[in-house]
Design a protein around this ligand. Structure first.
Ligand code: PLP
Length: 398
């Protein structure tokens, strides 16, 4: 079969691959400890599940408006006003089948062949692929752990071209967990305003911040009188433990939202009606579950990062948000395990999985050689056991 070029251009999601390999080993009877999860280990709260059940009982089982049920778009406006201190109208909102679709649509609506889009490395694996699928070119700007994975402004300016069209930011970040400072975001928004770049702000983990109150990019722009064009993308998945419900949303300039909605209308009609009804309850109902989930994640983060930093030759910065620790295992690259040289973090994670049945995600896949992503969406006892297995392995690396 001869496929269209885009099939060859796009890379498969290797994070999903790692997760399914871990699941296969588990299914085959191995005692696998899984640090690769990109989702909360909690169930969707009962009030949200209840709202979905009533939606089905009440016949909310049909197509909805393409941009999302008006009641949900109103609930999103209320949530954005309550949590993010921004006033938006339902016309500025598009509900999609997960935030992944929101981000994909933003790239489809805004970018095309000849455009360049700036992405920061380490990056969430889908960003370069979304840009590639729009026929534009992803341009990577490296960031370093010692700078909280925040970019240097000179590095951004050094890749700026007349055909740079946009920039994608993601704080708190997957994979690093880093929360960028407001000052850094202001600097980036100012350049984008000056150069007329569109900012796609992936705020997937906006509520999962542990040491400060998060301020989203659009609010920072408003407070600083910046007119930067920002499309904000948010998700129900992580905040409300709703990854399988597939509801995300975006908001911003009405014309951009309309353009995204036009493509969505032809691709998927609308997001699933039951998930939309449940999302209304999630956004405007009781928020206590979110608060307690944040508490649990914070405690686990501190616990995991302390153990990681006590492992020989492993360094881990304290991440400010999300549920990922992103330590460097760089000093093991180039060394040998059982007479085999470890070339990169792919090799290292392969050893962790095959020899210790511990699933992790290699940083090389996120553009971060020598790093490994550990999710702490897993209980403390399992964190301790899993890192104990990793310690045994790394002590055998010579
Ligand atoms: N953005 C980031 C950084 C993510 O990590 C994810 C999911 O892993 C998403 C967006 C997409 O979330 P969803 O499509 O589940 O709403």
């Amino acid at each position: 079969m001869i496929f269209a070029d885009r099939v060859n251009k796009v890379k498969p999601s290797f994070t999903l691959e790692m997760t399914s390999r871990a699941a296969e080993l588990k299914h085959a009877g191995y005692d696998v400890i899984n640090f690769s999860a990109g989702q909360p280990d909690f169930n969707t709260p009962d009030n949200i599940i209840g709202a979905a059940k009533s939606a089905m009982d009440n016949g909310l089982t049909k197509y909805t408006a393409g941009a999302g049920m008006i009641e949900l778009r109103e609930a999103i406006c209320k949530k954005v006003e309550r949590e993010n201190k921004i006033n938006i109208s339902p016309k500025q909102v598009l509900v999609s089948n997960g935030e992944k679709q929101s981000l994909y649509l933003a790239c489809q609506a805004l970018f095309q062949a000849g455009d360049e889009v700036i992405i920061f490395s380490p990056y969430w694996v889908s960003f370069p692929e979304f840009v590639t699928l729009s026929d534009a070119k992803p341009v990577l700007v490296d960031t370093e752990s010692k700078n909280n994975f925040e970019p240097n402004i000179e590095d951004i300016l050094s890749v700026a071209r007349s055909h740079t069209k946009g920039i994608i930011i993601n704080s708190p970040s997957n994979p690093t967990g880093a929360v960028w400072s407001e000052e850094k975001i202001i600097e980036i928004l100012k350049i984008a305003e000056e150069k007329n770049w569109i900012v796609i702000s992936d705020e997937c983990y906006e509520r999962l911040v542990f040491d400060q109150k998060i301020t989203i990019s659009q609010k920072i722009a408003n407070d600083n009188n910046l007119k930067t064009e920002i499309i904000t993308c948010m998700s129900m998945s992580k905040t409300y433990a709703m990854t399988g419900w597939r509801i995300g949303y975006s908001f911003g300039n009405i014309d951009i939202i309309k353009a995204m909605s036009k493509i969505q209308g032809q691709a998927t009609s609308c997001a699933n009606s039951i998930g939309q009804a449940a999302s209304i309850e999630a956004l405007i109902g009781n928020q206590e579950n979110v608060d307690s989930m944040i508490e649990v994640f914070k405690e686990r983060r501190d616990y995991m990062v302390e153990i990681l930093n006590n492992l020989p030759e492993v360094e881990c910065r304290l991440p400010g948000g999300a549920f990922y620790a992103f330590p460097s295992f760089n000093s093991f690259v180039g060394k040998n395990y059982k007479n085999k040289t470890i070339k990169d973090s792919f090799d290292l994670c392969e050893i962790f999985l095959n020899e210790a049945y511990v699933a992790t995600i290699p940083g090389d896949g996120f553009g971060a050689p020598g790093y490994v992503r550990f999710s702490y969406a897993i209980d403390k006892k399992t964190i301790k056991d899993g890192l104990g297995r990793i310690e045994k392995i790394i002590k055998e690396i010579k």
